[in-house]
Design a protein around this ligand. Structure first.
Ligand code: UDX
Length: 458
């Protein structure tokens, strides 16, 4: 199938590479010259496990271009995967989605049928708005167009994007037109029936079942995306709330999570207590959902509480440091991990940034390490990098503890699971370890010489 994808961010590029691997004829459009230059050279502009190798395999089959007009007229299906950044009031800004729809409609051939799919996460009602935008352009052009608009939300997890794209739990399609549903069913046929040969890096999991393609109306499909992310976000906030109480009553939240997770109705996943969620989705999508609710005059206290608990986790870690060091002024703190989660260099809404800002504000000296996100963190903290000589980044994790008063584990990179704790502790002025993700066993950290403090454990 001939496909044009607008936007080559996490969603757009992953989709382009996977659909091309499944033998579709893919063109990808992006206006960002620097991204295009990388893509033309076969290099991935995003860091995502496996994407570089897969891109190299299919790169020669994908056409990367800045021009919608060059690729849309011939396409059967057009996917919009542009960003929906938050506005000041938290609502998602759909300007880029509408602009993409306008540009598409300007170059659609009269009478030819197209399926225009919105993959970006958008407020409820956006698909309807996109259909209006398209119709308005057709009437300005004085032509009869034939475009079916469909919602097809994307559930990819950064760091696991390709695994999720090849082996999804479900595919959700919201459309009022049978033609659009039929096109999307043909698009996803190799995934729905799992007829493709798995790439060597992404073997089919032995227990994997064929995924359902759920069809519904566009508003419900848009709501499914927000509701899914909000539910996962509040599951994490729930266990973090329990973690706080565990600390007060001398219980261990990792044991509690294990015990409640054994109930099949609850399940084990997304019950890891710690520094909570960051990234490009949960903070933005929970805020956007509250924005949608506010517009409808509806209150969502559970979602509001999930957000408050999440951001409180960052403050609680700094409080723990204050308790153990008495003052942060002049103290040296090593930060293990800057990315919002492992296997990505994404630092959007990362807890590490808030923690570092607070530590610097209180006069601490901060030394930070991350396997791949230092460049992004340096850029995000550039005002501090330029004005505060207490902030240092290091590529060598074993340089972090030198003469430090405390280490804080913020991101649970694999590398940190394998650290020689004894070697770290020995170099420190005072061997305090605040484990913001409960990576280490308390007794092991203590045996290595650390004063160990986790989240929700005694
Ligand atoms: C999320 C959704 O999972 C995905 O379906 C959607 O398309 C986009 O948003 P992502 O933000 O990439 O994906 O990461 P995810 O793996 O869901 O983790 C989000 C955050 O929650 C991370 O900061 C992670 O550290 C935190 N988390 C996750 C916990 O604190 N505890 C957990 O048990 C699980």
């Amino acid at each position: 199938m001939k496909i044009a994808i607008i936007g080559t961010g996490y969603v757009g590029l992953t989709t382009a590479v996977v659909l091309s691997y499944l033998h579709h004829d893919v063109a990808a459009v992006d206006k960002d010259e620097s991204k295009l230059a990388l893509l033309h050279a076969g290099k991935s502009p995003i860091h995502e496990p496996g994407i570089q190798n897969l891109l190299e395999d299919v790169w020669h089959t994908i056409r990367f271009t800045p021009s919608v007009a060059e690729v849309v007229p011939d396409a059967e299906l057009i996917l919009i995967a542009v960003g929906t950044p938050p506005k000041k009031n938290g609502e998602a800004d759909t300007r880029h989605v509408e602009q993409a729809a306008r540009e598409v409609a300007q170059v659609c051939l009269p009478n030819k049928h197209y399926t225009l799919v919105v993959k970006s996460t958008v407020p409820i009602g956006t698909n309807q708005r996109v259909a209006e935008v398209v119709e308005n352009v057709f009437s300005e052009r004085g032509i009869r167009g034939n475009v079916s608009v469909a919602s097809n939300p994307e559930f990819l997890q950064e760091g696991l994007a390709l695994q999720g794209a090849f082996y999804p739990d479900r595919i959700v399609v919201g459309a009022n037109s049978e033609a659009a549903i039929d096109t999307l069913r043909r698009l996803y046929k190799p995934i729905l029936e799992q007829t493709f040969d798995p790439p060597s890096e992404f073997p089919r999991p032995p227990s994997y079942h064929l995924p359902p393609m759920m069809t519904t109306d566009p508003n419900s499909a848009e709501m499914i995306k927000y509701a899914a992310n909000t539910f996962l976000a509040l599951k994490i906030s729930f266990i973090n709330e329990i973690a706080g109480l565990c600390e007060a009553v001398d219980a261990d939240v990792t044991e509690v999570a294990r015990g409640i997770g054994l109930d099949a109705r609850i399940g084990h996943r997304f019950l890891r207590a710690g520094l909570g969620w960051g990234g490009s989705c949960y903070p933005k999508d929970t805020a956007a959902l509250l924005g949608v609710a506010a517009q409808s005059g509806y209150e969502m206290p559970i979602t509001e509480a999930a957000r408050a608990i999440n951001f409180r986790q960052r403050e609680r870690i700094v409080e723990k440091l204050r308790d153990v060091l008495h003052t942060l002024e002049g103290k040296t703190v090593g930060i293990l991990g800057l990315a919002f989660k492992p296997n990505t260099d994404d630092i959007r809404e990362a807890p590490a940034l808030d923690i570092i800002r607070e530590l610097l504000a209180e006069g601490a000296i901060v030394r930070a390490h991350d396997p791949i996100a230092i460049a992004n963190a340096r850029q995000a903290l550039r005002e501090k990098v330029n004005t505060n000589n207490g902030l240092h980044f290091t590529e060598d994790v074993y340089e972090l503890p030198y003469d430090a008063d405390a280490l804080v584990l913020v991101t649970e990179w694999d590398l940190y699971h394998r650290l020689e704790l004894r070697r770290l502790a020995k170099q420190m002025k005072t061997p305090n370890l605040i484990d913001g993700r409960n990576v280490y066993l308390p007794e092991e950290a203590r045996a290595a010489g650390f004063h160990y403090i986790g989240v929700g454990r005694t």
